[in-house]
Design a protein around this ligand. Structure first.
Ligand SMILES: [Zn+2]
Length: 224
């Protein structure tokens, strides 16, 4: 564990995860294979959720931290592990896409749990939501608009807590679907922002249903 507040808040994130189902994401089973958009991703998702909780904690506990992390553009320097650039016109390389940083589906041993630490797309997306920022890319140039007060971040933590209560066998896109369902119900005026952010970072299930050909069972033993 690295000695920085983000690491402490990351570990707190595991407590939050453990408390809300109850149990940790991915605790149900170990898998011989790694299937995308299946519960196999849940163990990696647990580390990603740790980072999301850390991002929320930093936003709320240290309100002087700027959106671009005091100009360093490096969200990773706050929440630990590999560098993750914040999406901002001043930051390169800009937008991380989920298709590029999904959990590792090659090799034996199930999904690579540690991939969850540096899922840039997911962490950038959550950071944007915590700030109520709407970013995009036009003609290769990143733009961002909007900026909300720190307490605005609470609704996104509520959404995460609501999603965590849905169980420990969720895959990554499913967790975001569950967060979105909560927002649609509780904060419908934020739904468009969430959908925009998900689209920007491409947090969506694989279009060609790669997981359907994955020769491994779901938790209930079926292969649907
Ligand atoms: Zn962790």
């Amino acid at each position: 564990m690295q000695h920085r507040p983000g690491s402490l808040l990351h570990e707190l994130g595991h407590y939050v995860d453990n408390h809300h189902s109850p149990g940790l994401l991915g605790q149900e089973g170990s898998y011989a294979d790694c299937c995308m958009d299946r519960p196999h991703e849940a163990a990696a998702l647990a580390e990603s959720v740790g980072q999301m909780v850390a991002a929320y904690g930093l936003r709320r506990v240290y309100p002087s931290v700027s959106y671009t992390v005091n100009g360093a553009c490096n969200l990773g320097s706050l929440i630990g592990n590999m560098p993750h650039n914040v999406v901002d016109p001043a930051c390169y390389p800009g937008v991380a896409r989920f298709g590029d940083d999904r959990v590792d589906d090659t090799g034996p041993g199930g999904c690579n749990k540690s991939d969850g630490y540096h899922m840039d797309s997911v962490h950038q997306a959550f950071w944007e939501l915590l700030w109520g920022r709407s970013c995009g890319v036009v003609g290769g140039t990143t733009y961002c608009s909007g900026m909300r007060a720190p307490d605005y971040a609470d609704r996104w933590m509520e959404a995460l807590l609501s999603a965590l209560r849905m169980g420990n066998s969720q895959h990554i896109v499913q967790l975001w679907d569950n967060m979105e369902a909560f927002i649609a119900e509780a904060y419908p005026s934020d739904l468009a922002l969430m959908q925009h952010v998900r689209q920007l970072h491409e947090i969506e299930a694989l279009p060609h249903a790669e997981s359907a050909s994955c020769a491994c069972p779901q938790l209930d033993g079926t292969c649907g």
